[in-house]
Ligand binder design. Structure first.
Ligand SMILES: Nc1nc2c(ncn2[C@@H]2O[C@H](COP(=O)(O)OP(=O)(O)OP(=O)(O)O)[C@@H](O)[C@H]2O)c(=O)[nH]1
Length: 312
């Protein structure tokens, strides 16, 4: 996949598109959209997440405001700025800026100025992307953090509700981690957390699976569209992978090496249900695995009971 920024050029004329293409060719990947209909078609189903839309004002005219609102409310384009190319007219420029575009370039284009302004927008986007990545990453383990987990689980939950699908969640907790810290010290504890997190991330395989740090020594795995039986298979694979790390844990009464307990929950979300159901159910299951002696996995037996608990 290209690491170059992706720019969409929506221009009325092929000549302008070609001019911009020549100007930017060495710097960015360009996905050209020629006319208004194609632009709307693309926005109906964006195939990629663009970094900048360069839009010739004449393509939309007075529809620009409505278009900007749609662009800014679509999850895949809402972070992508729009740069408008328009006539040298104060009123048009003001309207475009008021509609929410990031910048306005007057035609005829000055290649030098156009390139500088486009590069400035792309640098701003790159900086925003770095910050976005930081805000959803756990600083120690470099996997997703709790904030991203909530966002992701919410989105997958709604998708399962819409499409009548299912979703699985696993809570994975390192056994007797307090004793590990006390015995080996905090820096070794941190190292253990990093190794376990990376191991979990490597062991789940589907592109839509997510591994996140839930907090402390607890991790959450979201597995969208999975058969219930598949959950046990994944859990066993995870336990074997953690055992394979062979991280010594001399203070554990369970095993000479680091082990984990796993709580499994799975459901087909009903309309009006919230994803907290799944979190609570997986937490209950984890508690059961701990109570039964640790280094094992347990599943929620009675989802109806969890539903009742959440209602009260
Ligand atoms: N090194 C390190 N330790 C952490 C971090 N976050 C939480 N901990 C420690 O994780 C330990 C969690 O302890 P407990 O919740 O009692 O659980 P446990 O000792 O794993 O016992 P069980 O879960 O019942 O097997 C505490 O000692 C926390 O200080 C971290 O980022 N780094």
């Amino acid at each position: 996949m290209s690491s170059q920024p992706l720019v969409i050029i929506a221009a009325e004329t092929l000549a302008l598109q070609a001019q911009l293409g020549d100007l930017l060719a060495a710097e960015v990947s360009i996905s050209g959209v020629i006319n208004r209909a194609q632009l709307y078609d693309w926005l109906d189903e964006p195939s990629q997440t663009p970094d900048l839309l360069i839009l010739e004002q004449g393509l939309l005219n007075e529809e620009l405001g409505t278009f900007c609102r749609r662009w800014q409310s679509h999850p895949q384009t809402r972070h992508c700025d729009i740069l408008v190319l328009g006539a040298a007219d104060d009123r048009l420029e003001t309207e475009a800026l008021m509609a929410g575009v990031a910048d306005y370039l007057r035609k005829p284009l000055s290649p030098l100025l156009a390139l500088a302004r486009i590069k400035k927008q792309l640098a701003h986007r790159a900086q925003c992307k770095r910050l976005e990545a930081l805000s959803v990453t756990d600083g120690l383990t470099q996997i997703a953090n709790r904030r991203y987990l909530d966002e992701f689980l919410g989105a997958e939950w709604r998708r399962a509700q819409r499409e009548g699908g299912n979703i699985g969640l696993m809570m994975v907790d390192i056994d007797h981690f307090k004793r590990f810290n006390d015995h080996y010290g905090h820096p070794q504890g941190d190292r253990c957390l990093i190794l376990v997190a990376q191991c979990l991330a490597k062991t789940v395989q589907r592109p839509r699976d997510l591994v996140a740090r839930y907090g402390g020594e607890e991790f959450a795995l979201v597995l969208p569209s999975i058969h219930f039986e598949g959950m046990a298979v994944v859990a066993q694979r995870l336990q074997e992978a953690i055992a394979g790390l062979a991280i010594a844990h001399a203070a554990s009464p369970v095993s000479p090496c680091v082990t984990v307990s796993i709580g499994l929950a799975w459901c087909e979300p009903q309309a009006d249900e919230r994803y907290e159901l799944l979190l609570t159910a997986a937490d209950e299951a984890l508690y059961a695995a701990k109570s039964a002696g640790r280094n094992q996995c347990s599943e929620t037996v009675n989802l109806a009971l969890v539903r009742q608990l959440l209602e009260h």
